[in-house]
Design a protein around this ligand. Sequence first.
Ligand SMILES: O=C(O)CCC(=O)C(=O)O
Ligand SMILES: [Fe+2]
Length: 285
Amino acid sequence: MLNNLHVDDDRGNARMTRPAEQLATDGVTVVRGFLAPDDAADLRRTVYEVYALLTSSQHVPNRRLATNFRVWDGVWLKALPTFLRRDRPDLADHYERARRLVEAQVKRTLGNEWRFFPKRSYFRRHLGMGKKVGWHIDADGATIFKVAASVINVWLPLEAVGGDLPSLEVVPRSHTIMRGVPMLTGAHRARDDAFVSAAGESSSPQLQLGDALIFDQFLLHRTQNAGSSDAVRTSCEFRFVRRSVPSLQTLSGWARYHWNAVFSSDGALAAAAKRCLDTISPVKQ
Ligand SMILES: O=C(O)CCC(=O)C(=O)O
Ligand SMILES: [Fe+2]
């Protein structure tokens, strides 16, 4: 059974559940029926209503909520409750209930130490192949590592994916490799095909409404190359964080991250040098 965290062995010692174990070894796990059918349908309805509300809103007071929605049809969950509470308290209650359910399921499936991380959680509406996201890890691609060392994405598609609509394509076990690879800090934080095929074989799981794909922030993944140009797929990216004792690997990751942020050709030092040069020798018109 997937839902018990502590399975006792013959001597009564607790060990990890299969999803927790698989998440640790493969960096990714699929949990079928993560949400019960009614709960999944409620979540879907709620997310669709949030999209309808944001689409029809003349003014969204929170700037980051408004910008994410305008630029990539993303809904930033940190600002969502306050926005809903003001205009649609009924929808705020529905969202809160769904979020709590997801959190309870994460704790039950993976352990009590995981906490919801709204600052890096979103709904995403993927409109056609134009919005396809290329190969990346969330650690640098979604600037997660900057904020926390141990983070997972509980990815819940609100339509069946892996057939007509794109699932996520993942490279199992790539999280171990990627923890040892310098993170990207510039505007382009994608990895190319050659890099990814050297990291291992990929797979694109078929998922139904209610299934969850849960993965580590260092796992290589992208939007599956599937679906027509007018495909619409909506999904939830609920990220969860846990306290972790900083390991040597984590500390060297931090060091590498900040080293890159300062010294790379598009990092802070390069930007400062450019500003300085621009001041000394302004471009002639
Ligand atoms: O929705 C997609 O296709 C990409 C999502 C993604 O990269 C993520 O949830 O981290
Ligand atoms: Fe991602």
